[in-house]
Ligand binder design. Structure first.
Ligand SMILES: Nc1ncnc2c1ncn2[C@@H]1O[C@H](COP(=O)(O)OP(=O)(O)O)[C@@H](O)[C@H]1O
Ligand SMILES: [Mg+2]
Length: 229
């Protein structure tokens, strides 16, 4: 699903080049759950942003679902993102002026789906918030907002879900529920899941882990109980 070859990122910091991600090779097979872990500032979000095509690498090639995203123009990249990738963020990033169900509908409307309203309701059911569709984000708890964000990420049935510290802004009980939901979705839909996390319980249930430190991988291992799909 994901293939990185020699991918690095160098930025200018105070006029000087600063390499925040050193050349990295990575393979994430279809259906795998990969946890990216490491201290704050180690390059986790940078790596996820590159995989998402939200930022372009300084060197190397990134292939997502068979498409070399480093060779796509902006339009083609936006289309690929809309079809293939769902995002979940630490701070939910829901649109505050839209209700929960409207937030879920947005990506489907952008994709021109006629059944957006019915599908949004089905997704609300899937994340356990059947009767909360008319609430605005500010009227929902953090855990509920993250459920809505997960439903939104699933709107166009992407084969790949990228989550950047999805439980990082939740207490441990709500974090656990969000993790369970992501893992359930991953199993029932067979999606590939990449989760950036500080949470040892997330890292423990992943099939594989990539540990970053100062923009370099320090360990990559596959857990004994990997391969749930
Ligand atoms: N555009 C940028 N310009 C300069 N430094 C950056 C930029 N983006 C990220 N960094 C730095 O790169 C490092 C890695 O950042 P990030 O990927 O956000 O780390 P993490 O998500 O692991 O906390 C940090 O030290 C951060 O300050
Ligand atoms: Mg980060």
């Amino acid at each position: 699903m994901i293939e990185l070859r020699g991918v690095s990122k160098t930025v200018l910091s105070g006029g000087q080049p600063l390499t925040i991600l050193h050349p990295l090779d990575l393979d994430v097979p279809d259906g795998q759950c990969l946890a990216i872990i490491g201290p704050s500032g180690s390059g986790k979000s940078t790596l996820l942003g590159l995989v998402a095509g939200l930022d372009s690498p300084s060197t190397g090639r990134i292939t997502i679902a068979g498409h070399d995203i480093t060779s796509l123009n902006e339009d083609a990249l936006a289309r690929l993102r809309g079809e293939k990738i769902g995002f979940v963020f630490q701070f939910f990033h829901l649109v505050p002026s839209l209700t929960a169900i409207e937030n879920i509908q947005v990506p489907m409307e952008i994709a021109g789906r006629r059944d957006a309203a019915a599908r949004a309701q089905a997704l609300l059911d899937e994340v356990g918030l059947h009767d909360r569709g008319h609430h605005y984000p500010a009227q929902l708890s953090g855990g509920e907002q993250q459920r809505i964000a997960i439903a939104r990420a699933l709107a166009n049935d992407p084969p790949l879900i990228l989550a950047d510290e999805p439980t990082g802004n939740l207490d441990s009980s709500n974090g656990r529920h969000i993790l369970d939901l992501l893992l359930r979705v991953r199993r029932s839909r067979g999606v590939t899941l990449v989760v950036v996390t500080h949470d040892p319980s997330v890292a423990a249930v992943a099939d594989a882990r990539l540990v970053l430190r100062d923009g370099r991988p320090v360990a990559e291992e596959t857990t004994a109980h990997g391969g749930l799909t």
